[in-house]
Design a protein around this ligand. Structure first.
Ligand SMILES: Nc1ncnc2c1ncn2[C@@H]1O[C@H](COP(=O)(O)OP(=O)(O)OP(=O)(O)O)[C@@H](O)[C@H]1O
Length: 273
């Protein structure tokens, strides 16, 4: 049994919630995007959210990152209540996000994009830089060292000095992941991390996601349409449909749940117990 299978059979990594999403209701002028969604994400856990188009997956991410404010419910990250906080304030608490569509500075190099990931969350102002030039230089050095560690971790060395816009799609997605890691997050939100990737790129990304969980111990919430990836990687999965959770459990529990099979997976994904 692999480490991942062992974790999946246990059901959760460690049952210490770092994120609690409770009874969240979000609507827009007659459309109910989330209709009483609750889940927890435990320390070190890779938690996946799946569901058909329009089910509410992106809305969950937008609530988590402060883009949408729900009408009802609570969202707690550690001791902090996230509802009502602006996106940059939530990012500063340690919640980092990657996007469905790559959002990088395509003219800048890999290293510079990763450095921006650090500066966004560990800024020192111009005045501070004058007043504390030595400190600023030390910060800069520490930032560069941290970025080089990410380059090693994500095997980005061959491209580190190239403009991101020139790189293959799969590498750009990897740089985006690196930029999220550069902010030293405490929770990582992955929005369709393998969308548009070929098989080799998908396998590489899967390996890095597992490394992030197993080596860095970083809890993650992942929205992804690639069912194979979700079933292989996730510790637990929440299936939603029409803004409501149908089932939350291990990949095996979810894949064998009749309601899930009926509503979403279809017979081809049924797992024989
Ligand atoms: N800003 C908005 N204004 C109005 N309706 C919205 C808004 N954002 C989301 N919705 C609606 O809320 C519902 C859930 O949308 P959401 O984007 O969260 O689904 P999804 O599961 O991420 O879908 P997909 O897999 O297609 O990305 C949909 O009916 C959508 O049209």
């Amino acid at each position: 049994m692999t480490a991942t299978e062992a974790r999946q059979s246990e059901g959760t990594a460690e049952a210490t919630p770092v994120l609690t999403f409770e009874d969240v209701v979000l609507g827009f002028d007659g459309v109910t995007a989330l209709n009483g969604v609750s889940f927890t994400v435990n320390a070190g856990e890779l938690f996946a959210v799946i569901g058909p188009n329009g089910a509410g997956k992106t809305s969950i991410f937008n609530v988590l990152s402060g883009v949408y404010r729900p009408q009802q419910g609570t969202v707690r990250f550690g001791a902090e209540d996230l509802i009502g906080r602006r996106p940059h304030a939530i990012a500063r608490l340690g919640v980092a996000r990657t996007f469905q569509n790559i959002e990088l500075f395509s003219n800048l190099t890999v290293l510079d994009n990763l450095m921006l990931g650090r500066h966004l969350h560990h800024p020192y102002g111009v005045l501070a830089a004058f007043a504390w030039l030595g400190k600023a230089r030390r910060n800069e050095l520490a930032n560069r060292l941290a970025v080089e560690e990410i380059v090693d971790f994500l095997e980005l060395a061959p491209w580190r000095r190239l403009p991101v816009g020139l790189l293959p799609y799969g590498i750009q997605k990897r740089v985006e992941l690196g930029r999220a890691l550069a902010s030293e997050p405490k929770l990582l939100l992955l929005d369709e991390p393998v969308a548009g990737m070929n098989l080799e790129e998908t396998e590489d990304m899967a390996r890095f996601i597992l490394d992030i969980r197993d080596e860095l111990g970083l809890p993650m919430v992942m929205v992804e349409h690639d069912m194979g990836l979700v079933m292989d990687l996730a510790d637990r999965i929440m299936v939603i449909d029409f803004g409501r959770p149908i089932r939350t459990g291990t990949p095996r529990q979810v894949a064998t749940d009749p309601d899930v099979v009926r509503a979403y997976l279809g017979e081809e994904h049924r797992v024989t117990p």
